[in-house]
Write a protein that binds this ligand. Structure first.
Ligand code: ZN
Ligand code: ZN
Length: 81
């Protein structure tokens, strides 16, 4: 699975590299297991939103990541802790 152009643009706007996003979402996995839209759910497109629509999950996931909350809090806590 590769990230689509929308996801790449959103990550770029957030200042997060694709490699960093894969690491943050799937620690230790070494690759991206989410959907092409950037959501960590690999069935996001077609379930959370249509393929033609931009992903609503990625912006809020990125916000959580940058804020160190939600699913990203324990990971960040370990790194900084
Ligand atoms: Zn999603
Ligand atoms: Zn999505």
């Amino acid at each position: 699975m590769r990230l689509n152009d929308d996801a790449k643009a959103m990550l770029r706007d957030a200042g997060v590299s694709q490699a960093e996003w894969a690491r943050a979402s799937f620690p230790g996995a070494g690759r991206w297991f989410g959907d092409a839209c950037g959501c960590i759910d690999d069935r996001c497109i077609g379930y959370h939103h249509d393929e033609a629509d931009s992903c609503g999950c990625l912006p809020s996931l990125l916000e959580d990541y940058r804020g160190g909350v939600g699913m990203f809090a324990p990971v960040n806590a370990q790194i900084t802790g």
